[in-house]
Design a binder for this molecule. Structure first.
Ligand SMILES: C[S@@+](CC[C@H](N)C(=O)[O-])C[C@H]1O[C@@H](n2cnc3c(N)ncnc32)[C@H](O)[C@@H]1O
Length: 289
């Protein structure tokens, strides 16, 4: 593995870099592997990734991963690729990823802000899981990266669903975020401390039609949208949930939600888009024309 480039970090995305640097040591375990619920979310997202890529053993391509984090999906794609260029704004995340994919010799890490990343050379596609919602300037980023994708190359983007039963259960919850911010400001005012610069967390929900429109203008066609994490946010110990179902009662709900995801994937495209209302995140794929 090589550590190829360091790029400058734009001021707005800097706040997210600070947060992800802090979270790097525990993010992967907490998000994907800690409980059977997060493992289900991992399995559902993995199924969506594999279905989206349509890997062909005879055609191993060169892919860019935008926001590799601790390498969760880098490790999945690397065996199917000639090369993966894994980009992240957080150096600590890249350190985690470097360890997690230590057995892959075809991964090149780049530390920098995707908002001004300029790929070198041609790509057979790019993928980005749970990242564009944190990138201020994601449209320009997708447009720039797309211009490096060869005809027939793939774009695979996973992001949080804007209109969904999961909306409002996350860190944007006004009653926790708002109160926490106000208390922080009050504390700094009482202590006579200045407001810190660049420590804000930037997040924006991005709709499938907005991603599609951006990629369409960048020369992509053949769009498909599928739910990734699918179900209802009702588990006591899940992340970003309404606490209704206790741990001992989880399995039948998990089974039902997984059946729901499989069913949604078999629906015609328009109905599948409607089914996103039960998805925490979705995957959009497209092909370069
Ligand atoms: C929610 S994590 C997802 C990580 C990984 N893709 C996954 O699904 O496990 C978001 C990742 O995007 C990275 N990120 C956020 N903003 C970025 C930016 N402007 N440029 C590059 N990476 C960024 C963060 O550092 C973090 O590793």
């Amino acid at each position: 593995m090589t550590f190829a480039q360091r790029l400058t970090i734009g001021q707005i995305n800097k706040g997210n870099q600070v947060i992800y640097d802090e979270a790097a040591s525990y993010y992967q375990q907490l998000r994907w592997f800690k409980t059977r619920l997060t493992r289900l979310e991992y399995a559902q997202t993995l199924a969506a990734l594999l279905a989206s890529f349509q890997f062909v053993p005879q055609r191993k391509g060169r892919y860019l991963e935008i926001g590799c984090g601790p390498g969760t999906w880098t490790k999945v794609v690397a065996p199917h690729a000639a090369e993966v260029v894994a980009l992240d704004i957080s150096a600590n995340m890249i350190e985690q990823a470097r360890r997690y994919v230590a057995d892959a010799s075809n991964v090149t890490f780049v530390h920098g802000d995707a908002a001004d990343y300029q790929p070198d050379g041609q790509l057979d596609g790019f993928f980005s899981f749970r990242v564009i919602e944190y990138v201020h300037g994601w449209q320009e980023m997708l447009t720039r990266v797309s211009s490096h994708v060869a005809v027939g190359g793939r774009a695979v983007i996973c992001t949080k669903t804007p209109i969904s039963v999961y909306r409002g259960t996350g860190r944007e919850r006004w009653f926790t975020t708002g109160v926490r911010r106000a208390l922080g400001r009050l504390q700094r005012w009482l202590q006579g401390l200045p407001e810190p610069a660049g420590d804000g967390f930037w997040q924006k929900y991005v709709s499938p039609s907005a991603v599609q429109q951006t990629l369409e203008q960048a020369g992509f066609t053949d769009f498909a949208v599928t739910p990734a994490i699918f179900g209802l946010p009702i588990f006591w110990r899940g992340t970003c949930q309404y606490p209704l179902v206790p741990p001992f009662a989880e399995p039948p709900f998990m089974w039902a939600f997984e059946q729901g995801r499989k069913l949604a994937n078999r629906l015609p495209p328009r109905l599948r888009r409607l089914s996103l209302v039960f998805s925490e995140s979705y995957v959009l794929t497209a092909t370069k024309r």
